[in-house]
Design a protein around this ligand. Structure first.
Ligand SMILES: [Zn+2]
Length: 101
């Protein structure tokens, strides 16, 4: 359940959930994303607090993960989604408006 929606008062909001402790990741700079390089072009991603990463890797001894910080994942995801600085600014403004409804 790495990316999901949680209900906060009356609204649903998208969040990352740590694959180890199942708590919300509320600071991308305090988390990592891990994946396995394999034969397939598509791979599963794990999202973990940095404090949970070592424990998770020990539990998954048979697997070898590559890892980067979650804040980098978000930048790459925006870039790969065609989000320019202007589109990000416009999306931020419209999301702010929708949050006020
Ligand atoms: Zn965690």
């Amino acid at each position: 359940m790495p990316i999901t929606l949680i209900k906060d008062k009356k609204y649903m909001r998208p969040v990352f959930v740590c694959d180890d402790c199942r708590e919300e990741i509320d600071d991308a700079s305090s988390a990592n994303y891990l994946w396995q390089n394999g034969k397939d072009n598509i791979t599963e991603i794990k999202y973990l607090h940095k404090k949970c990463t070592v424990a998770y890797e020990k539990k998954s001894r048979e697997r070898v993960y590559d890892m980067m910080e979650l804040n980098h994942f978000l930048v790459y995801l925006l870039n790969n989604s065609g989000m320019t600085e202007e589109k990000i600014r416009m999306a931020r403004e419209s999301a702010k408006y929708l949050s006020q409804l």
